[in-house]
Ligand binder design. Sequence first.
Ligand code: ATP
Ligand code: MG
Length: 285
Amino acid sequence: MAIQLDKINYSYSVGSAYEVHALRDINLTIEDGQFIGIIGHTGSGKSTLIQHMNGLIRATSGNIYYNGEDIYAQDYDMRSLRSKVGLVFQYPEHQLFETTIFDDVCYGPKNQGLSKDEAGLRAFEALKSVGLKEELYYQSPFDLSGGQKRRVAIAGVLAMRPEVLILDEPTAGLDPKGRDEILALISKMHKERKITIILVSHSMEDVAEYVERIIVMNHGQVMFDDVPHEVFRHYKELEKISLAAPQVTYLMHELREKGLPVDVNATTIEEAKSEIMKVLGKKTC
Ligand SMILES: Nc1ncnc2c1ncn2[C@@H]1O[C@H](COP(=O)(O)OP(=O)(O)OP(=O)(O)O)[C@@H](O)[C@H]1O
Ligand SMILES: [Mg+2]
């Protein structure tokens, strides 16, 4: 049951001339262990939404429950929620600040109240799982490449052993190789650790390959919330809000329009390949 949002509304700068109604009547249940993509164009409310999930932003109205407990209850331990629901911000490398990579990753667990040794063990484990070479651990985080810095930032959150990991645009600004590596890493963490992952992106291509559920945000509202192929079925509506479906969706529709009776629900290149080969009566290699 993990996280439940019940009629969440949020406005920035309430009462001022700059008031923005950023979230409107959001009802969502994030189940344990799911791998979810949150998609939407700029300003649709993605970052505002996820910051509600770990209590960083408090809703203007509505309720949020974590494992059934009301996070807005007076005696609720918000600090512990922040370590159970780990949030990796957009451009997290801007928040690296310690002199060594290792110290930086220790910061979260130390803040949780763990001893120096325990925090060190957690940091070691987290850095290992993001695939950073050991010889780099005691170097400055500022000398790393963009992709490596992002791994360190992810390790910093993983070291707190969160139950839910939320990543806000983790591939923004990376080259295609860096992007693929980070997405593969996130997918591996989901498979191995079985933690709930929420991946915010404005690229369908990025999420189509990995997630099992897509939440599409538009003007502060949930427009679609379904398995990828159901969401991509609405590709014409997605285009209207400047979101394209993955190229595979277009290809399959085009093939079908041209008379090849393929199932248009393939969402990844692999699925498309085996569907086309099946229809053509050929075996995939
Ligand atoms: N600190 C703020 N003060 C005032 N308005 C804000 C603030 N942060 C966001 N907004 C507004 O709230 C709305 C939702 O913004 P949000 O950052 O959640 O969108 P987003 O989907 O994450 O966008 P992006 O893809 O650009 O990251 C937008 O209209 C935005 O201008
Ligand atoms: Mg954002």
